[in-house]
Design a protein. Structure first.
Lengths: 479, 478
């Protein structure tokens, strides 16, 4: 029997509200340390929390999008522990009844489709951030930036339904897509807007193995690497007759290995109790319905629809729907041109390449649906060849000029005048006696070379179909 | 003209008319404090220059319409006041200058009050005698060898000693009512949520409530007018229409039903307190009220319930005092030791005791048996009151079972806790209650009677208290 991994994720999603969860301070990322602070988020004596309505809205929205049940009454608790970046000595979070519970996301991997169940989603406040000069062990001081203190989070906890590093990775990718579709979070892992802890054990039978927690994974790649390493480590340890220690580990980004955290392992008793400063959060059916109406088509739905409605490949549909902006761009162009397959091709090959290479956003480019139609019409009318079309597209992307403008200015109009093409072909036959005789001796492969010469002379403007037809005729006549 | 023996209403009208300038009022107040406070020690932080400056600002004001215009008001040291030392009677906050105003301070300022200074209190409002102040004891102005009560002992003493016209205290389990009774002044604990807690340094958040001390019922009503009201910065404050709490004062209380709690008889009362209680009941009857017996069956559980819930909340509320950001910091060899040393030196014995109790009752494995159980019993106590109030308009009971005790005479904490036996049940139910002077014992120490009102029925409660005050009037020389 094989060892089977059991994996659960705890993901902190930073909600993209303008102000903090319990005060009016800005949530802006990257501000001067300790400038977005007030008595409330600094935990000054006497300050009291007031719940930001937008946080409730976003939390409800995300809960619904993750197919969760929204609890009409949820409560806030105090989670007590001492840490310098936790100004009140407790974190206000939801505990016994979170805002959302029991949902799922359906995740696609290379092998299968799978429902990963979600246990709960609760809203809470973030802590401040400790900053050290250099390595934590050598830093003379610890500095604390409270700008992050009180930034709203929604913690999503999955069931231990995940069995591979790939599933975990795909779950996160889909979650990020979802929060971006909803506009409730930037989903940027590098900026800490998505933070993931994983719990993992391996076992052979029904009884689960000893659980190890890996904390502070700050990129999608890290999650995957950490899990791959840890699954392997646990299996190898057990195979050698060793034991798994229940502990918290972290990923060494340099080596790709997980290592035990150096902090002292203490059994934490958070002494949760209901937050007396905040009454229970009560939501009406009408409120929940209203939020439901604002939820857009979600990534999986859109992906399936694109395949069905536009006949594009599943891979393309998956990639196009990775970003709602790209998906919207595609759909607009597909509709206007009536040629979704061509649009998906140019989009995924040429446009995405341009965007990635130039660090641009799809919204920033001037080549839109209208230009797309122009380009495809130029091909259709045989004004330009597909080859030329690519360079026109690239030129249009970088210069901002329209396709017809470029064709006009650069004289890229395809030559369909047979007389003109015949003249060029005659020249080519004359200038290349060797390949011509090879052709006549049955080496048909030289056709490509000869066509290439024709294109070179016409700067690619000769209609390739007409050119090759005339060339064959002329060569045959030489026999 | 001696301003300081006057009432809030009188002082405000004198100041408004310009007959006496606010600066002159300030000077008189400062003189009174200079003269008396070395003996009473009601004030813990006071800046005379700042008081003069504030008085000049008030004199320069065109709008003198504030209900507290020019009235010298003292505030308990657990209320934040911008640019002013705010310590909650604790060494751990010694030297802490607050960067913001509590909502009540803002409201006092808006009402034109002349805020005089911060009054002494039991550390973090934990205590019944003000002996738990980290700084010094406050003395009962009636007899200086006696305690003024607590935890708002300084605020009660300041009013009694005519060092301020009125003052603010905070009441978690009796901390306004008990010192009011011991000092012989009137103290009102409003309905939980009536006055914003924003800026009040929390002891037990689900119980803390700010309220006024005054010489008379009317003074407390006017003070309540100034400080009450919904505050968007406090989610536990109640949304209510603006009310005038003086509106029903003087209206007769004929036919009002007043409940006497049967279970109060199970507790031993000092003879004079018992007599004064009977006198007060008679006074109510004289004023036309009807006395009925009601039952609060779970009354005896109030004290244990309170001493689970309040310390639990306190253990979390006081976690922020860790030496990291403000207040006292005692460096240790590492973070943990810094926490330990800071909190060991910064907190007094009673505060530590309650943090330990609260930490214990919230611990894994104990939560259900203590905190959760206590929360359920609290509900039962509330229900008892609700039932009683379906029959009567107000309740009457003694504020305390005895009069003030001598400084240093109670060393057993449990015996100290017993002082609040009659005030705690009402706090657990979140109801408004007022303590009014009802007489004196043989030694001349004041006795206080407590009237309890329905939820948010301060207006009616004050009406009844006013009627009793009028009936008792001359006899007690109040």
């Amino acid at each position: 029997m094989e060892y089977k991994p059991t994996i659960g994720l705890e993901i902190h999603v930073q909600l993209a509200t303008k102000t903090k969860i319990f005060c009016g301070c800005s949530t802006e990322f990257g501000a001067e340390p300790n400038t977005n602070v007030c008595p409330v988020c600094l935990g000054l004596p006497g300050a009291l929390p007031v719940l930001n309505e937008k946080v409730v809205e976003y939390g409800t929205k995300l809960g619904l999008a993750l197919n969760m049940h929204i609890n009409k009454t949820s409560t806030f608790y105090r989670k007590n522990y001492f840490y310098p970046d936790l100004p009140k000595g407790y974190q206000i979070t939801q505990y016994s009844i979170p805002i959302a519970s029991e949902g799922f996301l359906e995740v696609k991997t290379s092998k299968s489709k799978k429902k990963i169940r979600i246990l709960r989603g609760h809203i809470e406040e973030d802590s401040g951030k400790s900053i050290h000069t250099g390595d934590i062990t050598e830093s003379e001081y610890s500095y604390i930036d409270f700008n992050r203190s009180g930034v709203p989070l929604m913690e999503i906890v999955t069931y231990p339904d995940i069995e591979t590093a790939e599933e975990a990775y795909e779950f996160l990718v889909l979650l990020r897509k979802t929060v971006r579709y909803l506009g409730v979070s930037s989903g940027d892992m590098e900026k800490g807007a998505l933070r993931c802890d994983v719990n993992i054990s391996v076992s052979k039978g029904e009884t689960l193995g000893t659980k190890v927690e890996i904390k502070n994974l700050n990129s999608f790649r890290s999650v995957r690497r950490a899990l791959e390493f840890e699954i392997n480590r646990q299996i190898e340890t057990l195979k050698k007759g060793g034991k798994i220690v229940q502990e918290t580990r972290h990923l060494d980004e340099r080596t790709g290995e997980t290592k035990p955290m150096r902090t002292k392992e203490e059994l934490n008793d958070y002494r949760y109790f209901p937050e007396p400063d905040l009454p229970p959060l009560i939501l009406t059916d009408e409120y929940i319905e209203k939020i439901k109406e604002t939820i857009p088509e979600l990534p999986n739905e859109k992906e399936e629809r694109f395949v069905k409605e536009y006949g594009i490949s599943e891979d393309y549909a998956h990639e196009i729907t990775a970003s709602i902006e790209v998906a919207e761009y595609f759909e607009e162009a597909a509709k206007l041109t009536g040629k979704p397959k061509e649009v998906s091709n140019y989009l995924m090959v040429n446009i995405m390449k341009f965007i990635n290479e130039n660090g641009k956003n799809i919204k920033e480019i001037t080549f839109g649906a209208k230009e797309f139609k122009e380009l495809l019409d130029l091909i259709d009318s045989k004004t330009i060849s597909k080859n030329i079309a690519k360079s026109v597209l690239e030129e249009s992307l970088s210069s901002g000029k329209t396709p017809s403008q470029i064709v006009e200015e650069k004289g890229l109009k395809q030559i369909t005048d047979t007389g003109e093409i015949e003249k060029v072909i005659d020249e080519v036959i004359k200038e290349n006696p060797k390949p011509v005789s090879q052709y006549l001796n049955g080496k048909k492969q030289v056709m490509g070379f000869l066509i290439g010469q024709i294109m070179k002379k016409t700067k690619g403007k000769a209609n390739p179909k007409i050119a090759s037809k005339i060339l064959i005729e002329k060569l045959n006549a030489l026999k | 003209m001696d301003i300081l023996n006057k009432t809030v209403e009188e002082v405000a009208s004198i100041a408004r008319s310009g007959e006496v300038s606010v600066k002159e009022i300030a000077e008189q107040t400062i003189n009174a404090i200079k003269q008396k406070d070395s003996k009473i020690k009601a004030f813990v932080h006071i800046d005379f220059d700042a008081v003069i400056k504030r008085s000049e600002e008030l004199d320069a004001k065109k709008d003198k319409s504030g209900v507290l215009f020019g009235v010298p008001v003292a505030i308990k040291d657990n209320m934040n006041m911008k640019d002013t030392e705010t310590t909650a009677g604790s060494k751990i906050l010694s030297g802490y200058i607050s960067p913001y105003d509590a909502t009540v301070v803002e409201k006092l300022k808006n009402a034109g009050a002349l805020i005089v200074g911060k009054t002494n209190m039991d550390e973090f409002a934990m205590g019944s005698s003000t002996e738990n102040s980290a700084f010094f004891n406050t003395h009962n102005p009636v007899k200086p060898e006696y305690v003024p009560g607590g935890s708002s002992g300084g605020s009660a003493a300041a009013v009694k000693a005519n060092e301020a016209i009125a003052s603010l205290g905070s009441d978690t389990g009796g901390s306004i009512r008990e010192p009011a009774a011991f000092c012989g002044v009137t103290g009102l604990k409003p309905t939980y949520g009536r006055v914003s807690r924003y800026g009040l340094i929390a002891f037990a958040s689900s119980l803390d409530q700010i309220g006024p001390f005054g010489k008379t019922v009317k003074d407390t009503a006017i003070m309540l007018n100034a400080i009450a009201g919904f505050d968007p910065r406090d989610e536990t404050s109640v949304q209510t229409e603006k009310e005038d709490f003086t509106e029903l004062l003087g209206k007769d209380i004929k036919g009002k039903k007043i409940g006497v709690i049967k279970e109060v008889r199970d507790f031993e009362l000092q003879e004079e307190v018992k007599n004064s209680f009977n006198d007060t009941v008679k006074a109510l009857q004289n004023a036309g009220a009807i006395i009925e017996e009601v039952s609060i069956p779970h009354l005896k559980y109030a004290l244990p319930v309170y001493y689970i819930i309040a310390p639990a909340e306190a253990s979390a509320n006081l976690a922020r005092f860790d030496g990291v950001r403000y207040g006292l910091k005692v460096e240790g060899k590492d973070l943990r030791e810094t926490y330990e040393k800071t909190r060991t030196e910064g907190f007094g014995t009673e505060v530590k005791r309650r943090i330990l109790i609260g930490t214990f009752t919230l611990s894994a494995g104990y939560y259900d048996a203590y905190y959760l159980k206590a929360s359920k019993v609290r509900r039962l106590i509330s229900n008892d009151f609700e039932k009683a109030f379906s029959k009567v308009d107000a309740l009457i009971l003694p504020t305390t079972s005895t009069t003030a005790f001598k400084l240093g005479s109670i060393t057993n904490p449990l015996q100290m806790y017993m002082n609040d036996i009659f005030t705690i049940p009402i706090s657990l139910a979140g109801l408004p209650a007022i303590s009014i002077p009802s007489g004196k014992d043989k030694k001349g120490l004041p006795i206080g009677m407590q009237l309890v009102g329905k939820w948010l029925a301060e207006k009616e409660l004050l009406q009844i208290a006013y009627a009793v005050e009028q009936e008792l009037g001359g006899k007690n020389g109040i």
